[in-house]
Design a protein around this ligand. Sequence first.
Ligand code: ADP
Length: 480
Amino acid sequence: MSATLPQHAPTGLLIGGDWSAGDTQFEVLDPASLETLAMVGDASVADGLDAVAAAHDAFGAWAATPARERAEVLRRAFEIMTAEIEDCARLIVLENGKAFSDAMGEARYAAEFFRWFAEEAVRVAGGFRDAPAGDKMIITDHTPAGVAYLITPWNFPAAMATRKLAPALAAGCTTVLKPAEQTPLTALWVGEVLQRAGAPAGVVNIVATSQAGPVSEAILADPRVATLSFTGSTPVGKILLAQTAQRVLTSSMELGGNAPFLVLEGADVEAAVDGAMVAKMRNGGAACTAANRFYVHASLVDEFSSRFRSALAAMRIGPGIDRSNDLGAMVSTGERDKINQLLEDAAAEGGRVDAVSEAPTAGAFIAPHLVHGVEHGSTLTRNEVFGPVAPIVTFEDTRDAIRMANDTEYGLISYVYARDKGVGITVGRQLQSGMVAIDRGVVSDAAAPFGGMKESGLGREGGFHGIHEFLETRYLAVDW
Ligand code: ADP
């Protein structure tokens, strides 16, 4: 249970191919012990702009590098990451707090983005057609956008970094990555993997900072930056959209969610509970895709609640680094306190809060909770919980369930358990979310488009779409 960092665990700033300690450092905590894990280089505004300059200098040569060579860098990154997957998982656990099995799942998912975009790098196709009027040839091609600024959150420190770095590099962009201040170590490790895989100096720059606001504002105001890809909360996304509007930058936004989980009449309850355990409990509930509110048909609610309770009660809670635990710590005591506040709000609004087990008191732990008797529209069902709390609302008519599911400003993901696939797909197509899981608890796949409708975001990552977030389309009108 020692908090020793893996062999390759840089803690500095990566700018122009060189690591430096930074003028000052900030502390990264292990949320399971609340002890210091590492001191990490704290990028200033000037460091951020140096990273932009390095990315800008490297852009021409990287954009001109044959796609096959760029693909091979990504492929090697996949291979290194896969060979060292336990190191990656260990870093994720130590700085984020999640269970080791969740961290391994994340690390594998993260590596997949390198493999997938290595394959996509060589498949960017333009287009050709004759104009309907017969007067010209319409040729379209795609060109790398330029320097991409990437901002990632703390809940998936590896996967959010690779989901942005891999398509950006595949497209021929150079990058400046700013990881979340709670979890910079994994991103720095990924940067080092890319260096070992052969990414030339300046193609990948990483600036962890305790001053996300000023550093980002200066970077986004810099005319050398061409595009922003952000994953984080909707309020911060809106601040960044206002900043990108000043320079009319393209931006890809993966923002908050408030995922409904529907258990329809006729659903397989056992399967629904298995799915709920993943959709709710993966990452301790700290995922924008986490099931946030459960709508269960009146005929199934007792059986679903009691089976769900038993499964939650069987979870072992404790430090993620101990592999026998399956629910780790929240990322910080602040995050844990926010969840406890939502539980207090639910109780004040008439909810019956059921703590199904006890969490260790040292460290940022919280036990799983079911909440019964809350109304749709209550504080708990309107807010993204980001923790192991499951409010259960009963319905009688599927149309009401669909209406409640859609009654939110968010639209990232919805879950439907129906058993009958025809019913599942019919209901799924009425849900206003970018992703719908039907009779399953997880959707994430490097080969699928990840993203949300409404205030959950703009653009899609992964799949065939992801690389296009980093490409511009050019149309050549050729006289014919
Ligand atoms: P969370 O609530 O999950 O911490 P945030 O949206 O606050 O989500 O954080 C996601 C990312 O956005 C992190 O990398 C964080 O440092 C960064 N961030 C937070 N505030 C700002 C800001 N004003 N400008 C730019 N980035 C920010």
